[in-house]
Design a protein around this ligand. Structure first.
Ligand code: ADP
Ligand code: ZN
Length: 730
């Protein structure tokens, strides 16, 4: 398959179609009346159903032409461009994902191909003879929208009138009926509106990015939180828009988008298109279409925005590029940061990777010259980095069942006295991570997963963080049946709230944890309230680590800095470093110097020392030397194979069969480890067994894995997933 030759197929001529059905092959059809070209979106019959597809090229010829069915219709959307077809092919190859699944990712705009393309709209006509209050309100609505054409729904909502008022006015000529496309273009963004006056560091960085616009390149934009990276990459966006091309800004969290959208509006005079799970179906359909027609200049979105059908993509910004949420951990296992680089290379686009704490991969690539690197040194204006200090828990007495040390307590008290905010950080959701019977030691476990149940007092239930199953908190032990012996062990954020309220009953306390918000909107509102000074003490999970700006916050207290250091995850050190640096960066923006206090039992641990000393470069150097010595990523390559089945034996049988037929891997010099039970050995009733493949950086890993896996026949109840460049090893 080659994505680069576009062909036109005359009516009746055989062609092949890629559908979103999980078939893992292309299907032959005959071209419809009027013919069809490569890339056209089509509807085709498949058994008794009609399914969506894309004309992919000449027929495969594996089915007699005489018996081929005909394409039903060509859909009224711009055809898929070569660049996107090439991207889907390459991404499928890289992640070892069926191409049909890739097409599925690229067409996730509900209702795209259904319903009318045109809708009925109204404009102002000759004023009616009898002007009732209701009719007056209708006219006022049109005034308010500058005389634009409006739908019945828009008029009735804005004027609080019934549909019959509109229809009567139309019948009398007071409104004029017409048609308009269902999906409206986005308002133009104006790159010529001035941005902020940039500091010298900033304008130098912006100049360099502008100079590189128009071609493929990757630049790491590194600077601490608050150093003004966003202002700098908005200048790259402006340059891209000036060139008439489209820009995409990826953000790791929906909670972050609102503030960003406001900044875009201030800079360019209008809001961009939004693409994420919180956007409405209508908005997604509109954006998908307008992106394809080139009538949406800027998209702000989550990782799946990478698969939109841009007409001419000129820039991709990946903000907080190190964030682990860019890696999709189920379905198609892809890393949006890496796929952004791939797509940009095919589109001739610029990539900007922004972070205060880049991933080791990016840091190494920037060091070796594969990527460019720009540094913003100071925080913008007068704000400085917080003062970082450890609280050595070996030298402090913390009362039983409490987690705030006397030193931290005193620091919070000082902030309260000064009218400033404190943040208590603990990366653990819920009330307590463990519920144990005092009499027999029984621990509450999920029935379907290899996981402990976490108490959530807010929900008044125990919850499994793997599968989401919940159960009531038992009043007696399920094992020894004694009454009143079950008790919570260890803290989660909800328990910290209890402790904080006991210590400071007068303080206004806000808890930020993903479970506590029913909607993205509620979370946004809470964040805005905190930023405006609506809380004295904030208690949060990693949700607070990401880019929120709390100007009154001057103290960050990390309850357990050692939390991420345990376990032998390849990235444990890197993650802990990034997370604590990010959280500490919340303290002391604006004019107030902040303090970050880290409670630890291991103040001499190299990671803790690196965080305290502020020597980022030293940390990355040490970490990369260690990885290089072991030929671990980014100096070597890994792939995880996850076998899951309700039947443990099946999973191990397949695992063993793979392990003993490793020839195709040995041929490229790769090693196989396992099979072994996965760290989380059961999820949703399925046993999980892992193998790990390790290869040299330049080895043709994907081809070898494909040949290797093809040797083994899989039982029906078994799922095999390949995780190229795994980020986590659960
Ligand atoms: P980062 O993206 O590195 O965290 P931001 O670009 O968000 O930093 O900047 C931090 C704060 O400083 C923001 O409130 C921003 O509006 C402000 N800021 C940054 N650069 C400038 C500038 N040149 N002029 C005025 N304010 C600025
Ligand atoms: Zn579970």
């Amino acid at each position: 398959m080659d994505a680069s030759d576009v062909q036109f197929f005359a009516p009746g001529q055989p062609l092949c179609v890629l559908t979103t059905q999980p078939l893992d092959r292309l299907l032959d059809y005959r071209a419809p009346e009027g013919g069809a070209a490569t890339g056209a979106f089509v509807e085709v019959p498949l058994g008794p159903r009609k399914v969506l597809g894309v004309v992919w090229g000449a027929a495969q010829g594996d089915y007699p032409v005489a018996r081929l069915r005909q394409v039903l219709r060509v859909l009224d959307v711009p055809p898929m461009r070569d660049e996107l077809r090439a991207f889907l092919l390459r991404a499928a190859d890289y992640t070892l994902t069926p191409l049909s699944l890739m097409l599925f990712l690229a067409t996730r705009a509900p209702g795209l191909f259904h319903g009318p393309a045109m809708i009925r709209v109204y404009r102002v006509g000759t004023p009616p003879q009898r002007m009732t209050d209701a009719r007056k309100r209708v006219y006022e609505v049109f005034d308010g929208f500058g005389g634009a054409a409006l739908t019945v729904g828009e008029i009735t909502r804005a004027a609080s009138v019934s549909g019959s008022v509109v229809h009567t006015m139309a019948a009398q000529g007071a409104l004029i009926e017409g048609e308009a496309p269902r999906d409206q273009p986005y308002p133009r963004l104006d790159p010529a509106r001035g941005g902020k006056d940039l500091s010298e560091d900033q304008s130098q960085a912006a100049d360099e990015l502008r100079a590189r616009a128009g071609d493929f390149s990757v630049t790491l934009l590194k600077g601490v939180t608050g150093s003004g990276k966003t202002e700098v990459y908005l200048e790259a966006v402006a340059e891209c828009l000036r060139k008439g091309r489209q820009a995409l800004v990826l953000l790791p969290e929906i909670g972050l988008t609102e503030g960003f959208l406001e900044r875009v509006e201030a800079r360019f005079g209008a809001r961009p298109g939004e693409w994420h799970s919180g956007a409405t179906v209508t908005e997604r359909r509109r954006l998908w279409r307008m992106v394809g027609e080139g009538r949406a200049q800027l998209v702000v979105g989550a990782r799946s925005a990478l698969f939109l059908p841009y007409r001419d993509l000129g820039l991709i910004v990946v903000d907080e590029e190190h964030d682990s949420s860019y890696k999709q951990e189920d379905g198609v296992l892809y890393n949006a940061r890496d796929m952004a680089v791939l797509r940009a290379s095919l589109a001739g686009a610029q990539v900007v990777l922004a972070s205060a704490t880049p991933s080791l991969e990016t840091w190494v690539n920037a060091g070796s010259g594969k990527y460019h690197r720009l540094d913003l040194h100071a925080r913008f204006g007068v704000a400085e980095l917080p003062d970082m200090r450890a609280i050595d828990l070996r030298g402090e007495t913390v009362p039983h069942g409490r987690w705030i040390s006397p030193s931290l307590q005193q620091a919070v008290q000082e902030r309260l006295d000064a009218g400033e905010q404190s943040l208590i950080f603990l990366n653990r959701r819920g009330f307590a991570p463990l519920t144990v019977c005092r009499a027999c030691g029984h621990q509450m476990q999920c029935a379907d997963c290899d996981a402990r149940l976490v108490e959530h007092r807010f929900l008044k239930r125990l919850m499994c963080h793997q599968c989401g199953a919940t159960a009531p908190v038992p009043t007696s032990c399920p094992s020894c049946h004694k009454e009143g012996t079950m008790h919570p062990v260890g803290p989660g954020v909800e328990r910290m709230e209890e402790e904080v309220r006991a210590l400071w009953p007068q303080a206004r306390v806000a808890v930020l944890s993903s479970d506590l918000f029913g909607s993205a909107r509620a979370l946004k509102a809470q964040i805005a309230d905190i930023a405006a000074g609506g809380a004295d003490i904030i208690i949060g999970t990693q949700l607070v680590a990401k880019g929120h700006n709390f100007p009154l916050l001057t103290l960050v207290g990390v309850i357990d800095a050692d939390l991420g250091l345990h376990g032998n995850d390849l990235r444990a050190a890197e993650r802990t470093f990034q997370l604590i640096r990010q959280v500490a960066g919340r303290a002391g923006r604006a004019e107030r110097r902040g303090v970050a206090l880290m409670q630890t039992h291991q103040p001499d641990h190299p990671v803790i020392k690196a965080i305290l000393s502020g020597d980022d470069e030293g940390f990355w150097q040490a970490e990369s030397a260690e990885r290089a010595a072991l030929a671990m990523p980014p100096f070597g390559r890994l792939a995880g194979i996850i076998l899951s089945s309700p039947n443990l034996e099946h999973a191990f049988d397949v695992g063993n069969a793979l392990a003993t037929r490793a020839e195709p891997l040995h041929r490229i010099g790769a090693q196989v480890y396992g099979p072994a039970p996965a760290p989380i050995a059961r999820v949703r009733g399925r046993h999980r067994v892992r193998l790990l493949v390790k290869a040299a950086k330049t080895a043709p890993l994907q081809a070898a894995i494909r040949a290797w896996a093809a040797q083994v026949k899989l039982p029906n109840d078994l799922r095999l997933a390949v995780d190229i460049d795994p980020q986590s090893f659960w």
